[in-house]
Design a binder for this molecule. Structure first.
Ligand code: GDP
Length: 365
């Protein structure tokens, strides 16, 4: 699982493996089962779950990660079969977001997402974890699980979580106002804004580095960029513009994180030009482009002029390049690694950056 073609399943599993590595785990084995829907009791079917238990025993794995969100009862049943901790994709993504959130707003958004993930699972965590020793990858609930709360305790925790969530929501609303004010100030400066968006791991941070030598953290990790980084730069003929790196897109983003993700995407909604970076060496670039465009549509930003940039040109052959040009005729091919195509990219951005309006104070004698 998940359903779909074999190819979809494999791509999704590869991405899950990359997510786990980003979260700091070492991936030992992948197991794909095709079924019309997950087994309601154990997620995988009985036979497949047994096979998984054998793999776990052979490899000495200490954790199993499922590619979709598990019901608390499914997680418990599967833990009973495989005898190690079982978590789901959402827990991994939440963990990564919590490791990478830097700003106060980013941190508050992630904590809110963690709590809303935890809330319906309180009973599950408690019961299961009091039987199974050990913590869990998702940092939310680590304390919760090890305490193994009884019913009253759970009610108390639940109420406390609701209170905390309400507080976080108020704080976030306040920070949003501050951000709007800051943006309005920037708008008054009339400096055009270019936003770099794209699927996670496409090479957005690397490109931003190339362009501005900003020294933004570059890691072979998903979500190295959670909070947008904004840098000032200029066109070859000396017109200033800002360049903002945005959070990476990911398939099946947990719904708890959609808000956190949206708020960092507001940077895109404000932009005059959208530089949409695509990993040219990815097995499904068209799918990635479509995912990103759908979200851009959801934040009402489809009207912003878009430049498709195929990055990692150093990794592809001539045939792939021809196919990608067929897909996106107005695209640019670059390599953030070798520097190939960067000048053309800067020229293309310069053509798209609107000429700044100049405020003229009329001095009337
Ligand atoms: P982001 O998540 O979109 O910001 O992606 P990063 O900039 O963090 O890059 C993700 C990974 O791809 C890193 O390991 C980079 O070193 C690698 N990478 C980025 N650009 C290129 C490129 O042009 N060629 C190659 N071969 N690798 C690249």
């Amino acid at each position: 699982y998940p359903a779909g073609s074999q190819q979809d399943g494999e791509t999704s599993l590869q991405e899950l493996a990359a997510l786990c590595e980003t979260a700091g785990a070492r991936v030992l084995e992948g197991l794909l089962q095709r079924r019309p829907y997950p087994d309601p009791a154990t997620y995988l079917g009985r036979g497949k779950a047994g096979e998984l238990a054998e793999i776990v025993a052979e490899t000495g794995a200490d954790t199993v990660v499922a590619d979709t969100e598990l019901a608390p009862s499914q997680r418990r049943a599967l833990e009973d079969v495989v005898k190690v901790k079982v978590i789901d994709r959402t827990a991994v993504i939440l963990d990564i977001f919590s490791q990478h959130a830097k700003s106060r707003e980013g941190k508050a958004q992630v904590e809110l997402a963690q709590l809303s993930y935890l809330l319906p699972r309180l009973r599950g965590w408690g019961e299961s974890m009091s039987r199974q020793a050990g913590g869990q990858v998702g940092s939310a609930g680590a304390g919760m699980g090890s305490r193994g709360p009884g019913e009253t305790k759970i009610e108390l925790d639940r109420r406390r979580i609701h209170t905390r969530m309400a507080k976080l929501r108020r704080e976030i609303a306040g920070m949003k106002t501050a951000r709007d004010t800051k943006r309005a100030r920037r708008d008054r400066n009339l400096v055009p804004a270019v936003a770099i968006a794209g699927y996670t791991n496409a090479g957005k941070s690397s490109l931003l580095n190339r362009i501005t030598r900003a020294g933004v953290l570059v890691e072979n990790q998903l979500f190295a960029t959670l909070d947008a980084t904004v840098r000032r730069t200029e066109t070859p003929d000396g017109r200033p513009y800002t360049l903002a790196d945005t959070v990476g897109f990911v398939r099946n983003l947990p719904h708890q994180l959609v808000e956190a993700f949206r708020s960092t995407l507001e940077e895109v909604a404000d932009a005059d030009v959208l530089v949409h970076v695509v990993d040219a060496a990815h097995p499904d670039p068209a799918g990635q482009i479509q995912t990103v465009r759908e979200v851009i549509g959801e934040i009402d930003s489809r009207h912003i002029p878009e430049l498709i940039v195929f990055n990692k040109a150093d990794l592809i052959d001539g045939d792939t390049e021809i196919a990608l040009r067929g897909l996106e005729p107005n695209s640019v091919f670059v390599s953030a690694r070798t520097g190939e195509g960067i000048e053309e990219l800067l020229d293309r951005i310069a053509q798209m950056v609107p000429v700044a309006e100049v405020e003229v104070d009329l001095v009337v004698p």
